[in-house]
Design a protein around this ligand. Structure first.
Ligand code: AMP
Length: 399
């Protein structure tokens, strides 16, 4: 880590209560069962290290987007059994993250015991970064550990502001490995270096795309954002996603890429549909030739091949954002093919970093998680780190 940030290995937690900010913002089904426990599993090594030392762990997280007060559907009580399963031990739960119950339960914690606090975002003070709220949380523990990379780009009470209350504050293993892996791509990547960008919106990714132009040899653009490029080049895109206010930006971007000698690679064909539905009628057309009332929902077969060739020749790969509406089976072939090519390139020695919620979900869904170099748990946090910003959650840990 470039800042002077220590990790959990620098401390012996024996007899200490570690207050750990984790990212347990996991998906729940309609019966409040956890459908993907990746984020819980990702925090296990840090928690186990603390317990093994003879410390105790107080876990705090947000879940979903409550409106600043308690809402049963966002209660962390729903994930207690999933956390117990991941840790292989019973844990206790406090139905409020601050106040009498939390203080008493935290005070009673013995070596090797774990307490999970209720959703931090039941207080609007959390997202506001309120210092008094942070101080109340801080009273619960002796040492502050931040292992929530996914929220490290937010200067919230529990992710950053709280750290000022502690003399001992360290990064968890997940936080550390996220930063180390991102730095492999940021630092001196082996070439050719290829970035693959997809997903719905250019607006969210402008800064990272501009920054990548300074770094990469190849910039592949697929997904919903590619139709704004097709439109800017004079193509017809029917009812596909369009960011009309970004038409000038994409033209400038294409110019910049040319000037910098970056190979900007756009789709050459498109899978179109007459409705945003898995069962819609489908066809494949050349890019920029989408009829009225049809929309592009995936990259076409020639594009898969074109992108694949570039990926297979790469030595460093960063992938953020799906190539199409991969949640629908009819439009998942592009994203699946890219996952396959990235896995193949990795087998041949490339370093591949998969970032962003949706690309990670796609790699997971298609079963390639173990065949790529690193799957980041952070979407926005990873992008902001790659943009060169210092993440508030990391800065707060600096010694
Ligand atoms: P983002 O959050 O910007 O990474 O976007 C991810 C979302 O983009 C996923 O839910 C995809 O279904 C969606 N997406 C990708 N390609 C398209 C497309 N061609 N049309 C509509 N949505 C898309």
């Amino acid at each position: 880590m470039s800042l002077n940030v220590k990790n959990v290995d620098s401390l012996n937690f024996a007899g200490k209560k570690a207050l750990i900010r984790v990212d347990f913002n996991v998906p729940l089904d309609e019966h409040f069962q956890v459908t993907d426990d990746t984020r819980i599993q990702a925090a296990v090594p840090t928690i186990q290290k603390i317990l093994k030392d003879g410390g105790s762990a107080i876990l705090m997280s947000h879940l979903g987007r409550p409106k600043g007060g308690p809402e049963d559907r966002y209660s962390l009580k729903h994930i207690v059994s999933a956390v117990e399963a991941a840790l292989g031990r019973k844990i206790s739960f406090a139905s409020d993250c601050i106040g009498e119950e939390a203080s008493q339960k935290a005070a009673k914690l013995g070596a090797g015991e774990v307490l999970l606090l209720e959703n931090l975002r039941f207080y609007k003070e959390e997202e506001k970064g309120d210092a008094d709220f942070a101080a109340k949380l801080a009273k619960l523990g002796d040492v502050y550990v931040n292992d929530a990379f996914g929220t490290a780009h937010r200067a919230h009470a529990s992710t950053a502001v709280i750290a000022a209350n502690f003399s001992q504050k360290v990064a968890g293993y997940l936080m550390e490995s996220e930063l180390t892996n991102a730095d492999k791509v940021l630092g001196n990547p082996e070439r050719p270096y290829t970035a693959i960008m997809g997903g719905a919106k250019i607006a969210d990714k402008i800064l990272i795309i501009e920054r990548l132009l300074e770094k990469v040899d190849n910039l592949i653009i697929g997904g919903g954002m590619s139709y704004t490029f097709a439109k800017a080049q004079g193509g017809s895109i029917g009812t596909s996603l369009l960011e009309a206010d970004k038409l000038d930006f994409v033209l400038e971007l294409m110019e910049k890429a040319k000037a910098k000698g970056v190979n900007l690679i756009l789709p050459v064909d498109t899978v179109i549909a007459d409705d945003f539905s898995n069962t819609a009628n489908q066809a494949v057309v050349t890019k920029g030739e989408i009829p009225d009332n049809w929309m592009g929902l995936d990259i076409g077969p020639k594009t898969r091949e074109l992108f694949g060739k570039v990926i297979l020749e790469s030595k460093t790969i960063l992938w953020n954002g799906p190539m199409g509406v991969f949640e629908m089976e009819s439009f998942n072939k592009g994203t699946k093919a890219i996952a396959e090519y990235v896995a193949e390139a990795t087998r041949h020695g490339a370093f591949s970093l998969i970032g962003g919620g949706d690309s990670a979900a796609a790699v997971n869904k298609f079963g390639y998680t173990d065949q790529v170099s690193y799957v980041s748990t952070g979407g926005g946090a990873l992008l902001e780190h790659m943009e060169g910003k210092v993440l508030p959650g990391v800065a707060a840990l600096a010694q």
